[in-house]
Design a protein around this ligand. Structure first.
Ligand code: SAH
Ligand code: SF4
Ligand code: F3S
Length: 477
């Protein structure tokens, strides 16, 4: 009933998305209870959560719509990671409020990390919001909606130690039908001093591996060819069977999912440098269908700043992990998250970040200026003392250096042949396909008859920019 539809770009875990809308054409086998419209911001986990929400609502007879004007219920799944992310959400709420003034019966709900951070304050600040629901309370949505229909404001921001939504099969909407996400854990027990996530997502907990496996099998059976395992710190995944005491760690979980089918590509995000083990690296090296790509956020190249960030590794530790990746998985692509202008950062610290980028030779990075978040360790302990224009200038230097590194990396790909999973048509030209290689690089190439989305093609790379590889299909050897 809810077959996936149009192609959509990959959602990077660290990126603030400009909002994505679920828009499935819905078969109305029965009169729906109502139509909901959901818009998501923040990381891939949040997008995946929206699919869990969609599933919970569909169970109770609500159906998704892409048309804001038709909706009886508008949900906005929010992000708090940086101030800008919250500003974007507030602007969007203004637009929804206008609709609400026209349609009194319309309900507006705020979900996700901002709901969790602001709790009841949200209902006070934004009078036209009817529901505020945190990331662990989505099962309660049907009840809250019913009460809101009777005019009662709904609030549930309870953070659970157990909830993993393990039994809920996410409603795959607004995807390309080829690549998908599977959440393997929730929350985060690290206390990086800049980060709001432990406050908005609660304690870390791992999901039952057999439900993860079942979800991967289901995806494959439905035609998906790539699964990205999601968690804030996937390397600390650990699950213990309460009856037998059997344990599963992340390396073992990767192996289980890779075993679903050789045609199912496996990716994962995000790894933490303090936790990524050689066992994980060896597992990647041993399985052709686990992609040679690791997102390993460094945040800063300065050991002094890393200490203040409470990342629990220093620059030498990080370099050793890069060396281990190079040794165990030759030609592995590595990407990063980098924060410019954290509290007290000097020009020397900044230079060390650039040096680290050089050392790790990232294929890609998500790069941000530091944004102080209320309640975090850094906000309480350290003054946000790097002037805004200095933060911006350092960020620009980081961005332009990353562009150089990405170009250099991509130029080295010219003349190589990669297996590319076709995700759909290229945005610019429907005579071309867009796909990705094992390194998570976008590859564009002319279509040939007989191939379609979800197929693998062998593509010889003939040209490259900092963002894209281009080439043409070659016959198998
Ligand atoms: N769990 C992941 C990151 C999740 S948040 C990890 O540990 O790597 C995604 C990225 O947002 C972080 O890696 C960091 O680079 C950035 N970020 C988090 N808090 C931030 C803040 N207060 N200001 C600027 N960037 C921030
Ligand atoms: Fe935030 Fe650190 Fe947890 Fe990542 S590991 S979510 S940066 S606290
Ligand atoms: Fe993700 Fe943003 Fe929350 S990055 S975990 S949606 S604060």
């Amino acid at each position: 009933m809810f077959e996936p539809s149009s192609p959509q770009d990959r959602i990077p875990l660290a990126e603030e998305q400009q909002g994505s809308v679920y828009y499935q054409e819905v078969e109305t086998a029965f009169p729906p209870k109502g139509l909901f419209y959901i818009e998501s911001y923040g990381c891939a986990m949040n997008f995946n959560d929206s699919e869990i929400v969609a599933s919970v609502l569909a169970e109770t007879g609500y159906q998704p719509t892409r048309d804001l004007d038709l909706a009886d219920l508008i949900l906005i799944n929010t992000c708090s990671i940086r101030e800008k992310a919250e500003e974007t959400v507030r602007k969007r709420l203004q637009a929804f409020k206008k609709l609400k003034r026209k349609n009194r019966g319309l309900l507006v709900g705020v979900l996700g990390c901002m709901a969790e951070r602001l709790k009841a304050k949200f209902l006070e600040e934004e009078k036209l919001v009817d529901l505020v629901v945190g990331p662990d309370a989505y099962r309660d949505l049907p009840r809250l909606i019913e009460r809101a229909d009777d005019g009662e404001k709904g609030l549930n921001v309870y953070l659970s130690r157990e909830e993993t939504y393990a039994d809920i099969n996410p409603l795959r909407l607004d995807q390309n039908g080829v690549t998908s996400f599977i959440s393997i854990m929730r929350g985060c027990d690290n206390m990086c001093s800049f980060c709001v996530v432990p406050f908005t997502r609660g304690r870390e907990r791992s999901r039952d591996p057999f439900t993860i496996l079942a979800e991967a099998q289901d995806l494959y059976a439905k035609g998906y060819r790539e699964a990205t395992l999601l968690g804030q710190n996937v390397d600390s995944y650990h699950w213990e069977n309460p009856e037998t005491g059997d344990k599963v760690n992340f390396a073992q979980l990767l192996e289980m999912v890779a075993g679903v089918h050789p045609g199912l590509r496996v990716r994962f995000s995000t790894s933490h440098p303090k936790d990524i083990t050689n066992e994980v690296l060896e597992t990647i090296a041993q399985h052709k269908n686990i992609c040679d790509y690791i997102h390993l956020p460094v945040q800063s190249g300065s050991s002094r700043v890393l200490e203040m960030m409470n990342r629990t590794y220093d620059a030498d530790w990080y370099k050793e992990r890069i060396d281990a990746i190079r040794r165990i998985i030759p030609n592995c692509a590595i990407s990063s998250d980098i924060i410019a202008g954290f509290c007290s950062e000097t020009e020397e610290d900044h230079q060390e970040t650039l040096n680290m980028m050089q050392y790790a030779h990232y294929t890609m990075s998500y790069m941000f200026t530091y944004s102080e978040r209320p309640g975090t360790l850094a906000a309480r302990k350290y003054p946000d003392d790097v002037p805004e224009e200095v933060k911006k200038r350092r960020l620009e230097e980081i961005i332009s250096f990353q562009a150089e590194l990405s170009s250099a990396h991509n130029l080295l790909d010219i003349g190589k042949t990669y297996e590319v999973l076709i995700e759909g048509d290229s945005k610019r030209d429907d005579q071309e396909f867009k796909g990705r290689n094992t390194h998570n690089k976008v590859v564009i190439f002319p279509k040939v008859a007989g191939l379609r989305s979800g197929d693998y093609a062998r593509v010889l790379i003939t040209s490259a920019t900092s963002a894209t590889l281009r080439g043409h299909i070659v016959r198998p050897d």
